[in-house]
Structures are given as C-alpha cells and as structure tokens.
Design a protein around this ligand. Structure first.
Ligand SMILES: Cc1ncc(COP(=O)(O)O)c(C=O)c1O
Length: 405
C-alpha cells in the first residue's frame, strides 16, 4: 500500500534559522510583482563590484592547471597552513602550522570548533546581537546559545559584567566577534583583555571570529590572542571579506599554543578527517593572499569608511532612526523607534514591499522584535546608497505616521 504522508524531518531543523537568507524568499515575491529590489542583506563585496585580487585568481588557476585537483590533506596543504601561522605570528599570535587548519570559510571552522566543544545541553556564550551562524550551529548540535549583551548606547561594546554573570558550569565556549557583524563595532584593548581574562580564568575557549580583522578603517586589528598568547583562544578567519573571495569558501582556524587546547585540537582534526578536506585549489590562494600583494586593502578600507560615514550621517538624519557609526566592515545596525505592538520584521517587510530596499530585521540577529533594530549592508556605491537612504527616509516618515495596528 502506498502512503502519501509527508516524510518527517528532524526536530533540530526547527531551531536552525538564517534570516539573512530566509528573507530573500520575500524579496523574490516583490520582484515577481515588478519592483526592483536592492539587496542590502548579504555581506558580499563581489556583488557590489569589488574584485578579487588577480594574483589570487592566478594562484588558483595555476593550481588547477598543475593538476592539483585531488583531495588534499584534511587539515589543509602545508604552504597554506604555514602562511597562516606566519601571518598570525607576525601579528602577535605565535602559532605553529600544525595548530592551523584550512576550512571551508570561517563558517566551517566555527562549526568544527563548536562540534568539538559542546555536548547537547551545554551552553555557549554568544553576543547579542550575533552573526546567526552561531545560533544555527548550536541548534544543530543541541547546545544552548546564552546571550551576553552588547550595548548600542555604548558603541555596541560588550557589557563585561553581563558576560561574567552568564558564565556557568555548563559554559563550553565564549564567542567574540571583533570587528563585529552586525554592528560594525571594534573593541578597545582593555575590553578585549577583560574578555580574555574571563575565558582564561574559567578555562573556557574563547572563539575569536576575526574575519573582519583587516577591515577596521583605521588599520588592521591585531588578533585577540596577541594580547595573551597563552590564553585558550581559537582564531578564525577567511578569504571571504578582506581578500574579496567569499564564493571560494576558503578560510582557516588557528588553535592557540596553550597545551590546554591540545585535546580540542586533536578532536577538531578528527572531525576534519570526516569531511576529507576543504576546497583544494583555493587553498593556494591563501599563500598568494597572505604573502603577496595587499595593495587592494587600503582602497577597500577607504571605500568602506566613506560608505560608513554616509550611512551614519544619512540614517541619523531621519526622524525616528538612530545608528552607531561603524568602525569596521560593511554593516550598520540602526534602530527605528517603532510604535507599541509593531515588530522589526513588520517594518523591514513593509520597507521591502513599498520601496524594494531589502534589509534584515534585528531579531534575525537576536535583538528583541519590539526594539526596532535592522541591519544594513552598505557595500553599494555612494550614489546608490544616497538613493537608498532617500527611500528609507521617505518610507520611515510615512510608516511612523500610520495609525497603530
Ligand atoms: C562574523 C562573521 N563570521 C563568519 C562569517 C562567515 O564567513 P565565511 O565566508 O568565512 O564562512 C561571516 C559572514 O558574513 C561573518 O559576518
């Protein structure tokens, strides 16, 4: 007898949410209705005309032509691991190549580390707002994200007392995203030091998401582990952002030199064996990127600074909107003063439907819906951003004047 019953899916999927992508389904409907959509939801510089440095492309093409198309060692090719180890050591995090793994983006490194560290039911301290990969992976593992506050009234810096309060016997890791997505904040040295001290004292690994480390407008931010190389810190980064190759899915993680992390390193390597290797030929671009010409970086940072300034000035000039000026990367997290009963998602969806401007609602990053946060990706040209902020200004004035629902 045939049955037509739907095949059930695992419960863990219901906790796996990725607003940055999910909202695109809504945008497609708006496009189908004939309106142009301006996609300010994904932080991909390539979409906005920034180009991968040619010597990195050359390195990948050469590797493919040279026949480097087989499986690679699961930890990554030695020259790439050495390039990462040298780079981090130069920047103050002394680490050897055998503590570096090449991963499919920062994302895979984070997933490997969290899988190696947290059991179902364990807790991981995550900033609020957060990059949603953390909560999504924790939902998959069955571990619990425990949010610590970052404060929009204090430049989106972490509330260190809140971090201290949230540590418990079930805490397995402390996630720090600096420079930060979604807020664009960079953290001062004393604050980084205080976060490291918490991790060190409680013997909890600090997962340092440093994917925007090179994109602070005043110059590259040193790795967190440079402040205290013997603390239990794992650093993550990739070619996706500062090196303009997000589609290559190529990144790395470096496990701090303390022997307290030796078992964790072995566990991560074991898990990495299971996925055979990361993206083969692209690993050669890591060597080109870290040891080669970096002249694109200054221009990219200057372009981002100009966009950040325009974004902060234009958004802060809109009645009902306030935003912290970003210090790095290409994100801002403005707040709109919503009337009671209205959610950030309702505001963002109405903005999309009525103007075609697509942002992501703050609750997709963990803020409360009624707080009215939304995230803007400001990679578009100054001209286009000016047009977009005109649309946001016109829409917001009108939206906030509407009668209460
Ligand atoms: C804070 C943060 N971490 C990790 C990632 C994932 O980057 P990757 O492309 O290296 O996997 C992103 C991407 O936007 C990010 O913003």
């Amino acid at each position: 007898m045939r049955t037509t019953a739907a095949i059930p899916v695992a419960r863990r999927v219901s906790g796996f949410s990725y607003a940055i992508r999910n909202i695109v389904a809504e945008a497609r409907k708006v496009e189908a209705g004939g309106r142009t959509v301006r996609y300010l939801n994904i932080g991909d510089p390539i979409t906005f005309g920034f180009a991968t440095p040619p010597h990195m492309i050359e390195a990948v093409v050469r590797a493919m032509r040279d026949g480097d198309n087989g499986y690679q060692p699961s930890v990554g090719i030695l020259p790439a691991r050495e390039a990462v180890a040298d780079e981090l050591t130069r920047r103050g995090m002394p680490v050897s190549a055998d503590r570096v793994l090449i991963t499919a983006g920062t994302s895979e490194g984070i997933e490997l580390a969290l899988t190696a560290l947290a059991e179902a039911g364990d807790e991981v301290l995550v900033p609020s707002p957060t990059y949603p990969l953390y909560t999504a992976v924790l939902a998959k593992i069955g571990a619990r994200a425990v949010f610590y506050r970052t404060d929009p009234d204090n430049g989106w810096l972490p509330d260190i007392e809140d971090v201290r309060r949230q540590v418990s016997s079930a805490t397995r890791a402390l996630v720090v995203i600096d420079p930060n997505n979604p807020t664009g904040a960079t953290y001062p040295g004393e604050l980084r030091q205080a976060l490291i001290e918490i991790a060190d004292r409680h013997n909890i690994p600090l997962l340092a998401d440093e994917v925007y480390g090179d994109l602070a407008y005043d110059g590259a931010v040193p790795p967190m582990a440079s402040l205290y190389p013997d603390a239990p810190i794992i650093s993550f980064s990739s070619l996706s952002k500062a090196y303009l190759a997000p589609g290559w899915r190529t990144g790395w993680m470096a496990v701090g030199r303390t022997d307290r992390l030796d078992d964790v390193l072995s566990a991560i390597k074991k898990l990495a064996d299971g996925r055979l290797c990361s993206t083969g030929p692209m690993e050669h671009a890591i060597v080109a990127a870290l040891n080669g010409d970096r002249s694109h970086e200054a221009g990219f940072r200057a372009a981002l600074r100009a966009r950040a300034e325009l974004t902060a000035a234009r958004l802060n000039a809109i009645d009902g909107i306030t935003t912290v000026k970003p210090a790095a990367a290409f994100y801002a997290m403005p707040r709109v003063a919503l009337p009671p009963g209205v959610t950030d998602e309702q505001y963002v969806l109405a903005l999309l439907r009525e103007t075609g401007v697509l942002c992501v609602y703050g609750s997709g990053f963990g803020t409360r819906p009624e707080e009215g946060f939304f995230r803007v990706v400001f990679l578009a040209s100054l001209q286009e951003l000016t047009e977009i902020y005109d649309l946001v200004a016109g829409f917001t004035g009108d939206f906030l004047a509407r009668p209460l629902p």
